[in-house]
Design a protein around this ligand. Sequence first.
Ligand SMILES: [Zn+2]
Length: 156
Amino acid sequence: MAYDKIRDPRRIMHVEGDMEVDYIYTAGIAGERFFVALRDEEKLLATHCDKCNHTFMPPRMYCDRCFAELSNWIEVPPAGTIASYTITHEDNNGERLPEPVVLAFIEIEKTDGALIHQIGEVKPGALKIGMRVQAVFKKKSKRTGALTDIRYFKPA
Ligand SMILES: [Zn+2]
């Protein structure tokens, strides 16, 4: 069917009604497996490209270097090293937070990847690049299969 652009606005009909706009976002096959292991087993899973000797965190289905399909899943420690961090004093609406929040770029151990997450149980003045941190998980009943199933990372 050909698509005719409507140039005469009088041709546009107005119909009252409700439109369903519920979406379910899927994280993809690799993401799904990653989040289920995180939620149910407190495990961080990565994929490894044997050809490139590269470990993907978050895991990927395909290597972006050699395009090989990645089926070698490995468990890696829920721990890493702070590569960079920022301290925020306001929320998304510009409201002052009761406590400053530390967000860090954490290079995950035994991988070539990283996660951005909150850092807890440390005074902002004591933060250091290169500090080793480990994940603190929410109670199992509170987990939803999201990266926020990790409450924060704390100094290891
Ligand atoms: Zn590869």
